[in-house]
Write a protein that binds this ligand. Structure first.
Ligand SMILES: NC(=O)c1ccc[n+]([C@@H]2O[C@H](COP(=O)([O-])OP(=O)(O)OC[C@H]3O[C@@H](n4cnc5c(N)ncnc54)[C@H](O)[C@@H]3O)[C@@H](O)[C@H]2O)c1
Ligand SMILES: [Zn+2]
Ligand SMILES: [Zn+2]
Length: 338
């Protein structure tokens, strides 16, 4: 079968390899679509994602497909089911797994990071991380349940309620997802700060954003205004802006990933005086069911946010930054007919 193999730093090769064998507790999936995100850029460049990737490895931690074979011990899915895979596999034995915080697992492994993922025709995953897709959700939309579930996890770490006014900083795919998900969770006003006029306008026209701010063009984000602020860029200046935008009692979700040595400045007196909550968020535990329900309810439109559909041959151009402004790219492997 065809597989796009990461063979070393910045080296992707299309190879003909054997189909994977299924262990008793595993599912073999005929891949339909695989999403690409910042983590793949990092892994391609030799940097770690949620865990380090050791080549040769097939990336593709965001994926969807159709069950082709099940191991003898599998009971939750059957051949022919349309599925998506939560890439993160927790050990179940460390202190964090056994205190209800599996995302902090000391022995995290992941499909498309530490074991082969969706950039190939068939891949395997433990049945425990395989989820059926509702009938009214396309395989293409289901390929991004993993990033949706990261946003859902972040929101579940906050106390979210309708009266709140929210600001999302970052008009990338994650910021755009937050715009829709915050409203699905009942927040009555969502504003968006970004740097791409077309995206800001689209989110206002189609996705219910009230006010937009283009921070590159000098728009000022109102200070002290917001009850919930989602920082989805990961730069010191946007982290500082997130704190400055916070009203009394605000919750700031630091979702963007900063550089390992990056720091930002903040007025520590405000943490006390405004009783701020500053919340980190790491990956996506126990959030796939909610994410699939949000897609099925029609409250999320993710296909409208997908800017590029790639094939194996264009993945290299994409990760090398040759494709211009990308909101979200998915690789079509078998497609909807997988
Ligand atoms: N916490 C998690 O579990 C988790 C999961 C997925 C992604 N992330 C992180 O979330 C962040 C966003 O992810 P993404 O996939 O949308 O990345 P992305 O790179 O596509 O988006 C970042 C966006 O921020 C915008 N931006 C840049 N500078 C800005 C500024 N000064 N003001 C406002 N907007 C600005 C850009 O338009 C860009 O599109 C990244 O840092 C990513 O690593 C975290
Ligand atoms: Zn991802
Ligand atoms: Zn663990």
């Amino acid at each position: 079968m065809d597989a796009l193999v990461l063979t070393g730093i910045k080296s992707l090769e299309l190879q003909d390899i054997a189909q994977p064998e299924v262990k008793p507790n595993e599912v073999k999936i005929h891949t339909a679509f695989a999403g690409i995100c910042g983590t793949d850029h990092a892994l391609y460049a030799g940097l770690p994602g949620s865990a380090p990737a050791v080549p040769p490895i097939v990336l593709g931690h965001e994926n969807s497909g159709v069950v082709a074979e099940v191991g003898s011990a599998v009971t939750n899915v059957k051949v022919g089911d349309r599925v998506t895979v939560d890439p993160n596999i927790y050990c179940g034995q460390c202190k964090f797994c056994r205190t209800g915080r599996p995302e902090l697992c000391e022995n995290l492994s992941a499909v498309g990071v530490t074991r082969d993922g969706g950039f190939e025709e068939y891949f395997t995953a433990p049945a425990s991380v395989v989820y059926q897709i509702p009938d009214n959700v396309s395989l293409k939309s289901a390929a991004v349940v993993e990033p949706i579930s990261c946003a859902v996890h972040g929101i579940k770490l906050l106390k979210v309620t309708p009266y709140q006014k929210a600001l999302v900083i970052g008009d990338g795919f994650m910021g755009e997802l937050f715009v829709q998900i915050l409203q699905a969770y009942g927040i009555h006003q969502v504003d968006l700060a970004g740097i791409v006029d077309e995206k800001l306008a689209m989110n206002k026209e189609k996705f219910g954003v009230k006010n937009t701010f283009n921070t590159m063009k000098g728009d000022k984000i109102p200070e002290g205004e917001y009850d919930v602020i989602i920082e989805a860029v990961g730069l010191p200046q946007t982290q500082e802006a997130a704190i400055e935008a916070s009203a009394r009692g605000a919750q700031v979700l630091m979702f963007g990933v900063g550089g390992p040595d990056a720091k930002f400045e903040m007025n520590t007196y405000e943490v006390f005086q405004k009783q701020l909550t500053i919340q980190g968020s790491f990956i996506n535990p126990n959030a796939f069911e909610d994410s699939l329900a949000l897609l099925s309810s029609g409250k999320l439109n993710v296909e409208a946010l997908m800017s590029h559909e790639l094939d194996y041959n264009t993945v290299d151009d994409f990760v090398n930054g040759k494709l211009g402004v990308v909101s979200k790219a998915v690789v079509k492997v078998g497609g909807e007919e997988a």
